[in-house]
Design a protein around this ligand. Structure first.
Ligand SMILES: Nc1ncnc2c1ncn2[C@@H]1O[C@H](COP(=O)(O)OP(=O)(O)OP(=O)(O)O)[C@@H](O)[C@H]1O
Ligand SMILES: [Mg+2]
Length: 268
């Protein structure tokens, strides 16, 4: 299902957005616009506001109401939350922690149709939806775990089920929050293969992270976030170097680029 408006509408646009988490003012007048098709990584240190940004988008938290403030997703500021979440496929560590331990693998995928945690007796699934869930499990290499409860899977297996859950609606944009946290090398590379093939077939990726290694080569734009403020925004090839990343994290970092992938090591 597509929820996007005609071409030219940004995926989202924050104008003068302020937001609290508990008693912390995380954003104080944030402006950020991401165009449709613009594969973007939002990078920043711990506590800079990355997860808060995604929670604002998915309406898990709400901004401070003020007349000069707008938060548009696909050009709209009012959304049915279920419809919104089906157009933006999200995977995050928080979702993984909150997800029920007893949900079976196949049901984790199916729960994406209702943006719910596990599936419930009142929910109905069409034969097409059931077939699509099986096809997604095959695509992600997890079909053998269809009956396994979520709490008895490894971190990487859980992550793949949550990716499948996010993909049931064929979302226009995938929003991933530190997707390779807890994954081993093989699972990390498998994640990169999966998101790269999704991007090549037209899914837009918006990634928030502090790990340079999980940025696929297809990402073109990077936004540096620090203390809830955008300190740099532009082409990855220009910004993602040792000086830029050292400034962002406040310590010397050497950035190494190989074949479009990045790594960071301590700088001198
Ligand atoms: N539930 C909460 N109650 C109060 N403050 C919170 C809460 N969650 C987050 N914060 C604060 O909000 C700020 C932004 O947190 P956020 O989780 O968005 O950061 P982040 O960039 O995702 O960090 P990380 O890289 O560690 O995931 C931090 O100062 C954090 O301490
Ligand atoms: Mg976070």
């Amino acid at each position: 299902m597509s929820v996007t408006d005609p071409a030219g509408t940004p995926v989202f646009e924050f104008r003068n957005v302020s937001a609290y988490r508990g008693g912390t003012l995380v954003f104080d007048g944030l402006d950020l616009r991401i165009e449709k098709g613009e594969n973007t990584a939002i990078l920043g240190p711990n506590g800079s506001g990355k997860s808060t940004l995604l929670k604002l988008l998915s309406r898990e938290i709400y901004p401070v109401h003020s007349p000069g403030s707008r938060m548009l997703v696909y050009g709209r500021d009012r959304w049915n939350v279920e419809e919104l979440r089906s157009g933006l496929g999200m995977v995050s560590n928080d979702l993984q922690e909150d997800y029920g331990r007893y949900a079976k693998g196949r049901d984790v995928i199916l729960s994406g149709y209702y943006s719910s945690i596990d599936i419930w007796p009142h929910q109905c699934f069409s034969p097409t939806q059931l077939l699509q869930a099986d096809a997604l499990m095959r695509q992600l290499g997890i079909e053998g775990l269809a009956e396994r409860p979520f709490g008895r899977m490894s971190t990487g297996q859980q992550r793949r089920f949550l990716l499948g859950r996010a993909l049931v609606h064929t979302p226009d944009a995938l929003l991933l929050d530190e997707p390779t946290g807890g994954l081993d090398l093989s699972a990390t590379f498998q994640y990169l293969d999966t998101v790269r093939s999704l991007m090549q077939s037209g899914t837009q990726l918006i990634l928030v992270t502090h790990h340079l290694h999980e940025i696929p080569p297809e990402i073109s734009r990077v936004v540096f976030l620090r203390n809830g403020r955008i300190v740099a925004d532009g082409d990855k090839s220009t910004l993602l170097d040792s000086a830029g990343v050292s400034g962002l994290f406040g310590r010397p970092v050497e950035v190494i680029e190989r074949n479009g992938f990045y790594q960071a090591v301590p700088g001198a």
